[in-house]
Design a protein around this ligand. Structure first.
Ligand code: NAG
Ligand code: NAG
Ligand code: NAG
Ligand code: NAG
Length: 403
């Protein structure tokens, strides 16, 4: 327990978890969020029905009609169409009924922002909307193939524990470490009024003093209502690049948490003839040793959110995100999202590199270099480990010899 608390305390994106650990309600309370799921299912069903490609695809099953929600909830659902904005150009351009007052406002802000540049910007926007559409469709197909029925399951508090809430713009953001999460937190802080500019927020403040609220901290009704009507956002990154980025960040520069807590057991388990100094400090873990730990079915120390697959962190089959962005196009896609949900015009997505600002950003070239230290079997097993992330988010095989 002490170990776990220390780990949480030091880990980049999880300080607030401490609070929730201390205040965690009785288990029975966080088992089911029936309300939300029922409504979510209806939403999913509505979306699937409006998606011609899905209907033509015999491999994709439409979810069964949910017992929930009641008629009243269904009406409520129909009124929160904004989450359908990223579904199709038709919906996006405003001809998808019914259009609520709030919806109209959002559409107006989008078309207003595209007006000055005329056609060109509209073309870009349509491309981005179509991109969202195809990402969502692919994810739905992968989910129905590999995690059939997951979308019908109730949502537990734990399953939304990585999600931050922004009530002003009605956003839910699932944090994926090493995929732009520090800058997303800065943006959420500005939106929530905790800071006036993303520039004023140092790295530690973004993580430890962010005043951002997690979805799990609301009661069942609060969770269900937000899941039903807020825009759910996820940003992903090429899985091997994210892994290398996490390794470099945590093991290649001094770290008072990851070296003792992860480095020590890793060196002691996987290094032959380790020196006493290395065993004591946990410093100097090699990428190969790190991968041996990652792939070990009996790891000497547990998982960590920085290298946990996104498919497990953010439960994409269960929560059906409205917006799936990519780290590789972070600025364009994040700004598109901000404009679409009506963020203040002077708020743009920042481009800060927080940790080790002098080190080169992890690229595919750097990633290849690290993976060349592994043999073919190890590479294949690492690929298998992140296979669902590769499938769900349409990243291509990083090495020819993988299958
Ligand atoms: C954006 O504009 C608002 C007022 O409309 C102002 O309070 C805020 O400081 C501005 N933010 C930035 C980053 O310039
Ligand atoms: C470890 O040390 C032993 C004895 O000093 C030596 O025989 C062996 O080759 C070393 N193994 C490695 C992998 O360096
Ligand atoms: C690759 O390395 C692992 C140790 O991580 C070893 O067990 C395996 O035999 C090696 N495979 C090949 C093909 O060299
Ligand atoms: C997946 O990505 C490839 C390019 O790597 C693209 O051609 C293809 O259309 C994408 N598939 C889906 C379903 O989005």
């Amino acid at each position: 327990m002490i170990l776990e608390v220390r780990r949480l305390q030091d880990s980049l994106c999880v300080r607030r978890k401490l609070l929730s650990l201390a205040m965690r309600p009785a288990p029975s309370l966080w088992v089911l969020v029936l309300l939300g799921v029922g409504s979510l299912m209806l939403l999913v069903r509505l979306q699937d029905l409006t998606d011609p490609v899905l209907q033509q695809n015999p491999g994709v099953q439409l979810p069964a009609a949910p017992k929930w929600p009641t008629k009243k909830d269904a009406v409520e659902l129909m009124e929160v169409v904004p989450t359908g904005r990223f579904l199709s150009p038709v919906g996006f351009l405003g001809s998808r009924p019914p259009v609520t007052k709030r919806h109209r406002k959002l559409l107006k802000s989008v078309s207003a922002s595209s007006a000055p540049a005329g056609g060109e910007e509209a073309v870009v926007q349509q491309r981005l909307v179509r991109t969202q559409e195809s990402r969502r469709r692919l994810l739905a197909e992968v989910c129905s193939k590999y995690q059939a029925g997951v979308g019908q399951q109730p949502v537990s508090q734990r399953q939304v524990s990585r999600i931050y809430v922004e009530d002003q713009l009605r956003l839910l953001y699932c944090e994926v470490p090493k995929a732009g999460c520090s800058n997303w937190k800065r943006v959420l802080m500005v939106l929530g009024g905790t800071a006036s500019s993303t520039r004023d927020i140092p790295h530690d403040a973004a993580h430890y003093a962010n005043h951002l609220r997690r979805l799990e901290s609301y009661d069942r009704g609060g969770i269900a209502q937000r899941l039903r009507s807020y825009t759910k956002v996820l940003f992903v990154r090429e899985p091997f690049e994210r892994l290398v980025s996490a390794f470099r960040d945590k093991f290649e520069s001094p770290n008072s948490y990851y070296h003792p807590v992860f480095g020590r057991p890793i060196i002691s388990r996987y290094r032959v003839n380790a020196t006493l100094t290395a065993l004591r400090s946990g410093t100097g873990v090699t990428f190969r040793e790190f991968i041996q730990y990652l792939l070990d079915v009996r790891r000497p120390v547990g998982m960590d959110i920085h290298w946990q697959p996104v498919s497990q962190l953010c439960n994409p089959c269960l929560l059906r995100y409205d917006f799936i962005g990519r780290f590789e196009d972070l600025e364009e896609e994040a700004n598109f999202l901000l404009r679409s949900v009506g963020a203040p015009a002077n708020l743009t997505f920042p481009d800060f590199k927080d940790r080790n600002p002098l080190a080169e950003r992890t690229s595919s070239r750097i990633t290849q270099k690290y993976f060349s230290q592994l043999n073919a079997t190890e590479r294949q097993r690492a690929f298998d480990f992140y296979y669902m992330d590769y499938l769900m988010f349409n990243y291509s095989k990083p090495f020819q010899d993988l299958h």
